[in-house]
Design a protein around this ligand. Structure first.
Ligand SMILES: Nc1nc2c(c(=O)[nH]1)N[C@@H](CN(C=O)c1ccc(C(=O)N[C@@H](CCC(=O)O)C(=O)O)cc1)CN2
Length: 290
């Protein structure tokens, strides 16, 4: 049976580091500020945005929640972003993803001031990640995964890491982080079109699943003793639950836990780290912008 990597506990430790940094920023006359923009009424997004704002409040970070109706036009959203770019009280801006279908999300990300792009999605921050420039912002979920690996004492140097998924939010930045100098993993990025996906995964010392398919990774995809990081947070209908669904990852947890040396659960694994790393990025921005 494997060791469970407790994302809630690691996130709590990261948030304590943030609390200390907020005090230090305030002592220097800087009150960090985060703006969270939510377009539409996606229920999961409402939960995440609420959680981001609550965490800011708990740490003493100023936050501004901007809720816009589903019918908000691209132009209206770009105006909101431009106003936040110009607002000195705001150090970090994020637009919750996914926005409604008529919104061109890439154009919205490009409109962000990259110095305030605490999600790390702007092309300038993507380039800084590839260049290993620490002044850029690392996307929160992969940054959280890296922190979990570190806290779990996972040896990455020379390890075979397989990332399933090639999204801009998780797969691609995760691959860059794993191959970075000092981390030094040998990285394979696999996806739905990869031939023999199970075989590729079986080679992994570190397996990161970020595909958004409930319990796709089965025990026979996992090498004995591998470390498994499950990024998926899928809502699966479950009439036995009060809320009508249960959360499950991209990994069939029980059976994979039998083979892995360490594994993240869902919920309580990578998810809480996303918000903790967002707070870190906001404080980095506040420090850099002053
Ligand atoms: N602009 C962004 N949009 C989205 C991001 C992002 O980083 N930036 N990531 C995800 C959603 N997300 C944060 O925004 C997020 C997802 C999950 C969790 C989390 O704590 N999950 C809990 C379970 C919570 C629940 O009950 O649903 C867990 O896994 O334990 C936090 C944040 C997509 N959009």
């Amino acid at each position: 049976m494997s060791k469970v990597i407790d994302g809630k506990a690691v996130a709590a430790a990261v948030l304590e580091e943030c609390r200390t940094e907020v005090e230090s920023l305030k002592a220097d006359g800087i009150t960090p500020g985060l703006a969270v923009v939510l377009v539409g009424e996606d229920p999961a997004s409402q939960v995440y945005v609420g959680s981001k704002v609550r965490t800011c409040g708990d740490l003493g970070i100023y936050s501004r929640k901007i809720e816009l109706p589903t019918e908000t036009t691209q132009e209206e959203l770009l105006k909101v972003v431009a106003d936040l770019n110009a607002d000195p009280a705001i150090h970090g801006i994020l637009v919750q993803s996914p926005p409604p279908k008529h919104i061109d999300e890439e154009a919205v990300v490009r409109a962000l001031d990259p110095r305030k792009d605490v999600d790390g999605f702007h092309p300038e921050n993507v380039a800084k990640l590839a260049l290993e420039d620490p002044t850029g912002f690392v996307p929160c979920t992969p940054a959280g995964c890296m922190r979990l690996l570190k806290e779990a004492g996972v040896e990455t140097s020379g390890a075979n890491a397989v990332v399933i998924g090639r999204s801009m939010i998780v797969g691609k930045p995760m691959a860059l982080l794993l191959m970075a100098r000092g981390v030094d993993a040998t990285v394979t990025v696999a996806h739905s079109r990869s031939k023999d996906l199970a075989g590729i995964c079986r080679e992994a010392d570190i397996l990161v699943a970020a595909v958004g398919r409930p319990e796709m990774v089965k025990a026979d995809w996992v090498k004995e003793g591998a470390v498994v990081i499950d990024v998926g947070i899928n809502r699966v209908d479950d009439a036995s639950k009060k809320r009508g669904y249960r959360l499950t990852g991209d990994v069939a947890y029980e059976e994979c836990a039998e083979k892995a040396s360490a594994i993240t659960p869902v919920p309580g694994g990578v998810g809480p780290m996303t918000i903790a790393m967002l707070m870190k990025n906001t404080l980095q921005s506040a420090r850099q912008l002053g």
